[in-house]
Design a protein around this ligand. Structure first.
Ligand SMILES: *Cc1c(COP(=O)(O)O)cnc(C)c1O
Length: 371
C-alpha cells in the first residue's frame, strides 16, 4: 500500500467520520503566533485562582514518589469522596478527568447497534465518545438553549443505551431543576443508562440545590460525573469521578486502564477536597465575575444566556468569529461556539476581576470599531 491516505479506510467506520474535539487556544500558541506576552485566557472554564494551597503542598510532597506506580484503586481519594457524599466507596469510579468516565460508559454500553441520546448545544464530548464506538447519536433540538427533557424521553427507543445530560450544560450554562430531572429519571426505561454530567456542580447557586446523589439508590442505571478540573482548579492534572450504583461502577472498572489516575492527581484531589476555603473563594470570585460580565454586556446592549456555571454565552447579534479573532489580536482568548450551532455567540469563562475587565475593555473597543 503506497497511498498513505488509504490508512483512513482501515479505521473503524465511526472513527473515519469523527471530527476531533477542538480545545480552547493555548496561551503559548497565541504567544508564538502574535508575539504577544500579556495574554488573558477565558476560554476553557478553568479556575482563575489556580489550585488551592493545600493541593499545591500535596503535589510538592508527592514528587519524590514519581518512580512508583499510583494506587490503581485510588483507595484514599475514594474514601474521602465516599465520606463527603455519604455513599459507599464501591459506588465511585475515578477517571483521568471526568471525560474518561464519559468514554468508559460509552465503551461499556454502546455498540454499533445502539443509540445515544443527547441535546443540541450539549457538551462536544458526547458525540465523540458515541461515534468512536460506532453507535448512533440522536440529537434532540434544544428548548431555550437547554435540554428539552420531554423530547429527549420521546427520543428514547429500545435501541437507546445512553442518555447524556449536562447540568449545568456547557456551553450554554442552562440548568435543569431537581423536579424536572427527577421526573425524567422516573420515566426513563431501565434499559437505558442516564449519564448526568455535573462538571459545574459546585458553581450552582445554593438557592436551587440539586441533590442528584439521592437518586442513586432507586436508579441503578444512573451515573453522575463530576470533576476536579473546574471549581477545584486542577484541570491540568486530569482527575474526575463517577458516582453510581456499585454494579455500574463494577462495569466501568472492567474497561478502565489499571493506572488511569496518576499519583500527583490522586494526592492533589484528596487535598483539594479538604480545602473548603479555596472552594468558597472560587465560588465568590465566580459570582462577582459573572455579575461584572453581565453588567458589561448590558452596557454594551448585548444579550446573554443566564448561566449556572463558571462561564457565560454572550450573543453578539453578528458572526462571532471576526470578533473572536479581533479579541485574539488584543491578547484575549475566549471560545467560539459555532461547532455547537451557536455562530453568533462567544463563550466567556469567568476570570478574576482584572481579567474580566480586560476582556470587557477589548470587546468594547472592537464593537466600537465594527458598529
Ligand atoms: C469541562 C467539562 C467536563 C470535564 O472535564 P474533565 O477535565 O475531563 O473532568 C465534563 N463535562 C462538561 C460539560 C465539561 O464542561
Amino acid at each position: 500500500m503506497n497511498n498513505s491516505d488509504n490508512i483512513y479506510t482501515l479505521a473503524a467506520a465511526g472513527v473515519q467520520r469523527l471530527i476531533p474535539y477542538k480545545a480552547g487556544k493555548p496561551i503559548e500558541e497565541l504567544e508564538r503566533e502574535l508575539g504577544l506576552t500579556q495574554i488573558t485566557k477565558l476560554a476553557s472554564n478553568e479556575n482563575p485562582l489556580g489550585p488551592g494551597k493545600k493541593a499545591l503542598e500535596a503535589i510538592a510532597s508527592a514528587l519524590s514518589e514519581l518512580a512508583l506506580y499510583p494506587d490503581g484503586s485510588g483507595f484514599l481519594l475514594k474514601q474521602a469522596l465516599a465520606n463527603k457524599y455519604a455513599v459507599d466507596d464501591s459506588q465511585i469510579t475515578l477517571g483521568n478527568g471526568s471525560n474518561e468516565i464519559l468514554e468508559l460508559v460509552a465503551r461499556a454500553f454502546l455498540t454499533p447497534e445502539h443509540e445515544a441520546v443527547f441535546s443540541q448545544h450539549a457538551f462536544a464530548v458526547y458525540p465523540i465518545v458515541t461515534q468512536a464506538v460506532g453507535a448512533t447519536a440522536v440529537v434532540v433540538p434544544a428548548l431555550n438553549y437547554g435540554h428539552d427533557l420531554d423530547a429527549m424521553l420521546l427520543a428514547v427507543t429500545e435501541k437507546t443505551r445512553l442518555v447524556f445530560i449536562a447540568n449545568p450544560n456547557n456551553p450554554t450554562g442552562t440548568l435543569l431543576s431537581q423536579a424536572s430531572l427527577a421526573r425524567f429519571l422516573d420515566a426513563l426505561p431501565n434499559s437505558c443508562v442516564c449519564v448526568l454530567d455535573e462538571a459545574y456542580f459546585e458553581f450552582v447557586n445554593s438557592a436551587e440545590p440539586i441533590n442528584s446523589i439521592a437518586w442513586l439508590k432507586d436508579h441503578p442505571n444512573l451515573l453522575i460525573t463530576r470533576t476536579f478540573s473546574k471549581a477545584y482548579g486542577l484541570a491540568g492534572l486530569r482527575i474526575g469521578y463517577g458516582l453510581s450504583s456499585p454494579q455500574m461502577a463494577d462495569i466501568l472498572n472492567r474497561v478502565r486502564q489499571p493506572f488511569n489516575n496518576n499519583n500527583i492527581a490522586l494526592v492533589a484531589a484528596l487535598a483539594a477536597l479538604d480545602d473548603d476555603e479555596h472552594l468558597q473563594q472560587t465560588i465568590a470570585v465566580n459570582t462577582h465575575g459573572m455579575q461584572q460580565l453581565v453588567d458589561g454586556f448590558k452596557a454594551l446592549n448585548l444579550a446573554w444566556i443566564p448561566s449556572a456555571g463558571n462561564f457565560v454565552l454572550v450573543d453578539l447579534k453578528q458572526a462571532a468569529m471576526p470578533i473572536y479573532e479581533a479579541l485574539l489580536r488584543k491578547g484575549v482568548i475566549v471560545r467560539p461556539v459555532a461547532v455547537y450551532e451557536l455562530p453568533n455567540h462567544l463563550r466567556i469563562s469567568i476570570g478574576t476581576k482584572t481579567e474580566n475587565q480586560l476582556f470587557l475593555d477589548a470587546l468594547t473597543e472592537i464593537l466600537a470599531d465594527v458598529r
